[in-house]
Design a protein around this ligand. Structure first.
Ligand code: BES
Ligand code: MN
Ligand code: ZN
Length: 501
């Protein structure tokens, strides 16, 4: 979908969209359109019992002298409290309405509602951002031309006072959206297309944007002693990879050059291994590399908008399969940290991958903060569903920063407990630890506690995104399927806390 901003209306449009606040007071642009159309809009508002409430919409046929097919009225509700997030949602709803009208070109007349704290260019940029995020589709494998449900909207024009300013505000947002789309694409790809080698190849594409990318293969990891990650990988014919990404955007003068680090679980398919999963919904496990895809999306966003920060990403890529070479329940592996693990359940593989990826990242880069993302436990879905991702942290300040960024981006986090009692639960009789707890409860916390054993003295947070990586219900700016949850959150986390210092 193409987006443009202009001061005055383009000559022709499929649908003209106007926002109407509760109480139906039309802004200047909407009022002049109404005048052009001989008062039809106001008449339609009356006869259609339109009240300008949020989520209300009314479509009318455009009058003779208005150069469009249809006019779409969108309710703004109480416009005083309109926030950027709400404008993004509006943008998604506007795109939805124009699609429902089967029009290819939409023109949004942006009036700043009276009392609204946002300026018109901000409103326009946010609407555009939301509309763009909502336009994402993963339809490359629908070969038969099935137009059913395919969005018609090709171009969205925003007419706004201060178009140049709006465009300037939108540009970095568009880059962040490309990061989100990159993540959604990777998560949506099936596991016969995206496996460690090909996912590493996708990561290499970020070189174009100035990201340094290194790919470690099995032999490299063997030398480093990554027995935990390699144990997971050994059942699959797809060979593992570890990808290291670096964005060096901090200014030369920056006092603190230590990077912010992101580490991602990249299990390109999680069958469970010998502790094999039941067949129902096993196809979901193609997106068990969601954490690594978020790391890639964030680095893409940071590089594309030339963020003034040093950031590193480390992603551990494996396929977890049962076979004659697969790891067995009861096997003991030695991680890069030297700590040994008794693998009780081969389906608790994500933590084994994180253990080595995190250790490597800390030793090599000495980051000032480290955040890992993983579709780690089904238990977090039970606890939080699709509304929140689980946040585990040893550092209250870091947790607060992440929670705030998530709140602002509509990617919300809920803090979950770490505790010595959960830690005891993973002590093993034969090795330093086992990979699952003895009790039945608190599966997300024992998993986080396991990961914590691989964290040195550094602010660390773990985000369990198992419940939010894939969605079966669309939201205004998030279509069904891969959500890209985490990219916007971490981009803002960096922008608000680590840039330009
Ligand atoms: N990848 C799964 C977690 C998961 C489940 C993600 C459903 C998304 C949707 C993870 O590797 C796993 O299998 N976890 C087990 C851990 C258990 C064996 C201790 C789980 O949650 O059941
Ligand atoms: Mn598993
Ligand atoms: Zn998994």
């Amino acid at each position: 979908m193409k987006i443009d901003f202009s001061e005055s209306r383009s000559s022709k449009a499929g649908a003209i969209v106007i926002g109407v606040p509760e109480g139906n007071r039309l802004g200047p642009a909407a009022a002049s359109l109404d005048k052009e159309g001989g008062g039809l809009i106001r008449r339609a508002i009356k006869s259609g019992h339109f009240e300008g409430k949020r989520k209300q919409a009314l479509k009318i046929v455009a009058p003779q002298n208005v150069p469009a097919n249809q006019i779409v009225l969108i309710g703004l509700g109480d416009a005083k409290g309109l926030s950027e997030t709400e404008c993004q949602n509006l943008g998604g709803e506007i795109a939805g309405q124009v699609n429902a009208a089967k029009e290819r070109h939409g023109v949004v007349l942006v009036d700043r509602p009276t009392g609204c704290r946002l300026r018109a260019p901000e409103i326009a940029a946010s609407i555009a951002y939301g509309a763009y995020l909502s336009s994402y589709r993963f339809d490359k494998y629908r070969k038969k031309k099935n137009t059913n449900g395919k969005p018609s909207l090709e171009q969205l024009s925003l007419q706004v006072k201060g178009a140049a300013q709006a465009r300037r505000r939108y540009e970095p947002l568009a880059e962040i959206a490309e990061g989100v789309f990159f993540t959604r694409d990777l998560v949506s790809e099936p596991a016969n297309v995206i496996y460690p080698e090909t996912l590493a190849r996708e990561a290499l594409k970020l070189r174009r944007l100035g990201v340094r990318v290194e790919v470690l293969d099995e032999a490299d990891m063997r030398k480093l002693g990554m027995g935990a990650l390699l144990g997971v990988a050994q059942g699959s014919v797809r060979k593992p990879r570890l990808v290291v990404l670096r964005w060096q955007g901090a200014t030369k003068r920056a006092k603190d050059k230590a990077p912010v680090a992101f580490v991602g679980k990249g299990v390109t398919f999680d069958s469970g291994g010998i502790s094999i999963k039941p067949s129902a919904h096993m196809e979901d496990m193609k997106w068990d590399m969601g954490g690594s895809a978020v790391v890639l999306g964030v680095l893409r966003a940071l590089a594309a908008r030339k963020a003034r920060v040093n950031a590193v990403g480390v992603i551990g890529l494996v396929e977890n399969m049962p076979s004659g070479t697969a790891q067995r329940p009861g096997d003991v592996v030695t991680s890069m940290s030297g700590q040994t693990v008794e693998v009780i359940n081969t389906d608790a593989e994500g933590r084994l991958v994180l253990a080595d990826a995190l250790w490597y990242c800390q030793n090599r880069f000495k980051p000032k903060v480290i955040v890992d993302l993983a579709t780690l436990t089904g238990a977090i879905i039970v606890a939080l569903g699709a509304e929140f991702a689980g946040l585990f942290s040893t550092d209250d300040k870091l947790a607060a920063k992440l929670a705030k960024a998530g709140e602002q981006e509509g990617e919300r986090l809920w803090r979950m407990p770490l505790d010595d009692a959960y830690d005891k639960d993973i002590d093993s009789d034969i090795a330093d630890m086992k990979n699952v707890g003895s009790g039945r409860g608190a599966g997300s916390s024992t998993a986080a506690q396991f990961v914590k054993r691989y964290i040195q003295d550094i602010p660390w947070a773990h985000i369990d995104i198992a419940g939010v990586t894939w969605s079966n219900r669309k939201k205004p700016t998030v279509p069904k399927g891969g959500t890209g949850f985490g990219v916007r959150l971490l981009n803002r986390f960096v922008a608000d806390n680590y840039e330009g210092r």
